[in-house]
Design a protein around this ligand. Structure first.
Ligand SMILES: NC(=O)c1ccc[n+]([C@@H]2O[C@H](COP(=O)([O-])OP(=O)(O)OC[C@H]3O[C@@H](n4cnc5c(N)ncnc54)[C@H](OP(=O)(O)O)[C@@H]3O)[C@@H](O)[C@H]2O)c1
Length: 334
């Protein structure tokens, strides 16, 4: 029987999510990888227990996480039922819909039909009555924003989500959506976007500025660039790494050892691992509410939460990191 560590709330910082009443742990755990049916159930359970024992109250899912799609939600539901449901009110559980989930025209994108049906399926898989945050997972160029936002409104009114969020939106589209949701008094509180030392899209497409202006939270996904920004690939490609075990989303061609080693040198001089520095670089930013990490091993979670021990950077460190990131992005274009 799992009993959570009594000291769990002494180990974590909780940031307000925009100007809402919700506080999120500065480090959150995502279940995109390592929670599907091909992964070890005892390991996923250990990851959830380790996270929660260390104050990580926020678990992020999506309808399509697996493989197979839906299996991460089913496995998380099983973990809850096994021994974590007693802590449900201490957890912030999110899910999303927006990517390919089932065949035909109603299993994808942003129609009212898809979002409502998908959340009903997600709740069944997880064995929950409601999620804390429900996201529209990506912008849909073909469905009117009013319809997608109307679906989010209906979801909150029906009690199936407490708050809503938008993921992978750019600044201008998010602002239009925010206006519709504010008019309808829907609690839109958070944006989820890919952001790291290597990926600066939310700076470039106005999302970060818009989020700050609208007093909204930002949770950054793939903060370690799927593991590149760690010691994983400094000396070859380990057999148990994401590139070797999955290879769908992170590929060998993304490794530029020179950039990784240069960043690692800066991290070492700061007394941090590269992963810790990559997370600290995000936590240091006022716009960022929480960094949304993935993990394949318990020890990675334990190492990553130590990022909070040093989150200030000198101007010189920041300039050096920017220069290496620019060099890395040039490398990717070749
Ligand atoms: N909204 C969206 O569209 C979207 C898209 C993608 C992800 N997300 C969310 O963001 C979450 C995190 O994404 P992500 O898994 O790509 O994040 P990430 O933190 O950038 O990468 C996680 C991977 O990095 C490696 N790692 C983590 N800590 C490490 C450490 N201390 N030392 C060495 N290696 C370490 C592990 O890979 P190994 O397997 O190699 O050990 C781990 O699986 C997802 O689970 C999901 O919830 C959202």
């Amino acid at each position: 029987m799992y009993i959570a560590d009594e000291k769990r709330y002494e180990k974590m910082t909780y940031n307000p999510c925009g100007d809402s009443g919700l506080r999120l742990p500065v480090v959150s755990l995502g279940l995109w990888h390592n929670f599907g049916d091909t992964a070890s159930y005892s390991n996923m359970k250990e990851l959830c227990h380790t996270a929660f024992d260390n104050g990580i109250t926020h678990f992020d899912l999506a309808n399509n996480y697996g493989p197979a799609p839906g299996s991460a939600e089913s496995n998380f539901g099983k973990i809850l039922r096994d021994d974590m449901m007693q802590y449900r009110d201490e957890m912030i559980i999110s899910t999303k819909a927006g990517y390919d989930m089932w065949p035909g025209p109603y299993g994808n994108w942003g129609s009212r039909k898809y979002l409502i049906a998908s959340l009903d399926q997600s709740l069944k898989r997880m064995g929950l009555d409601y999620v804390d945050i429900f996201y529209h997972h990506r912008m849909d160029p073909d469905t009117p924003l009013e319809e997608t936002m109307g679906a989010l409104e209906q979801i909150v009114r029906s009690g199936k989500a407490l708050y809503v969020g938008l993921s992978n939106y750019d600044g201008p589209t998010m602002e239009k959506a925010a206006e519709i949701l504010a008019d309808r008094h829907v609690p839109f509180i958070i944006n989820q976007n890919k952001y790291s030392i290597f990926v600066r899209t939310p700076e470039e497409n106005g999302l970060l500025d818009s989020a700050v202006r609208n007093k909204l939270g930002v949770i950054t996904f793939s903060p370690l660039a799927q593991g590149l920004l760690s010691d994983r690939y400094l000396n070859g490609i380990p057999e148990d790494s994401r590139i070797k075990t999955d290879g769908r989303f992170l590929k060998q061609e993304a490794i530029d050892v020179e950039s990784l080693r240069a960043l690692n040198d800066i991290a070492q001089n700061r007394g941090q691992s590269l992963a810790q520095m990559a997370l600290a670089w995000l936590i240091n930013k006022d716009a960022v509410t929480s960094v949304l990490i993935g993990a394949s091993k318990k020890q990675q979670i334990l190492d990553n939460i130590k990022a909070t021990e040093n989150v200030s950077f000198t101007a010189e460190e920041l300039a050096d990191i920017d220069a290496i990131a620019a060099r890395y992005n040039d490398f990717l274009k070749k």
